[in-house]
Design a protein around this ligand. Sequence first.
Ligand code: KIV
Ligand code: ZN
Length: 518
Amino acid sequence: MTTTTEPTTGNRKITIFDTTLRDGEQSPGASITPEQKIVLARQLAKLGVDAIEPGFPISSPGDFAAVQQISRELQGVEIVGFARALKPDIDAAIRATQDAGLRRLHLFISSSQILLEHQLRKSQDQVVRMAREMVAYAKQFVDRIEFSPMDASRTGEAFLFELVEAVIEEGATTINIPDTMGYALPDEYGRMFRRVREHVRGSDRAVYSAHCHNDLGMAVANSIAAIQAGVSQVEVTINGIGERAGNCSLEELVMAIETRQEALGVETGIVLPELYETSRLVSRMMHFPIAYNKPIVGRNAFQHESGIHQDGLLKNRNTFEIMDPEALGIPRNMIILGKHSGRHAVMHRVSEFGIELQNEQLEELFARFKTKADVQKIVTDDELLRLVGSTINRTLERFKLADVQVVTSSRKHRVASVSIVDAVAGEERTNSATAEGSVEALIRCIKASMPFELEFIDLELQSMAHGEHAQAEAAVEIAVDGRPYRGSAMDQDVVLAVARACLSACNQAARALVAAEA
Ligand code: KIV
Ligand code: ZN
């Protein structure tokens, strides 16, 4: 029943059903415009997901239009129209997905006693009747029908079996058994699939799907348990976003499958190098920050603070890493140096800048580095370069911030003026700009000062401490000639932190351009 490329290794293929744009969008504050949905859907297709649930067509004209356009544009991926077991919902989902190359309808209805009594206000008999009628109705238009009994893991077995049997009889092709409230334990969740498949008549006429929420932090573990119990599809979201504590995270599940393939005997068609970019795009567009310690895509996920770990890692990556971040599209320079870093790691980073140091210079640099790292949590590339420069009495950065002035006002536009020294051109350039925000005005000035075209991609701001003396940490991403460069910096002044981070990224771009010419 899978629609995509067959496995290449003899492993069982798991269908990755992405619901970032439907269940994920139900995260408080994460909603996005129809245009943004289309951009994200394109990236999901590039990531290699098998099915995309792009929204809830009946819920708004915008969602309808987004599902419709995604169906028209992404002909190579299965598009899923989401609907309650109600005719108007089904009609909307059918119309919205009309032009898809391959489509499926996903119908759901509540099944647990507590939801029947207090939310749906229907009896079990009425629910079975509605489910039957609506699956039969939808089946006239679309062959591939997925059915979800909502809150299945808190539904008694007898009723769950009865409902599943009824919809299979009417032609449901995928049975999705959601752990809607994130309540199940892994062994219970896996057992539920085994029991349904053993006890429901006609169970082998459908394929099975897991859909787990993360309220108790078990969404990935439960999805793995379901895979071990034989399901062939898992419903996931990028960065695990979704209602309340979210859904099973695509990147965590896929990397668990990838890393423990021998134990699990399954594989996915996900294009691993697209994982990081997809995660960043979702986080940016949905204004949903990623926790530093989030597995796979969190900024600390591949950072090794301890000198022992860093040293081992530089000798052989497998000592302290079970995954290779670069294979997931995560740039190595995300590994940030801090006070626990050892000589070896600092030396390695300096050599990545193309700088060779004598032994005494390295000792001196390391002492300066440790002093710096003691007073702040991390030492950015930019600061490390300044330390190297002062150790060898040379300016290593092409661009240096000479001055920044920003005039902010609650009535008028913000005005910025930035002076940058360009060591290669041997001049100081000053540019001024106005904009609606201080950062925007600042960035316009920096762009105007650069000898190359740069695109400002992303800015992340964090407060590094509490109180009046809090330091702001800015992480900026720019692109030059389509290549991304990241810079980060800390300052007590937010605007200065942004300016320094941006200049650090510009300096990296300048170094890369020189290296490319050489
Ligand atoms: O969590 C859930 O139960 C759902 C469905 C309605 C599939 O998102
Ligand atoms: Zn859900």
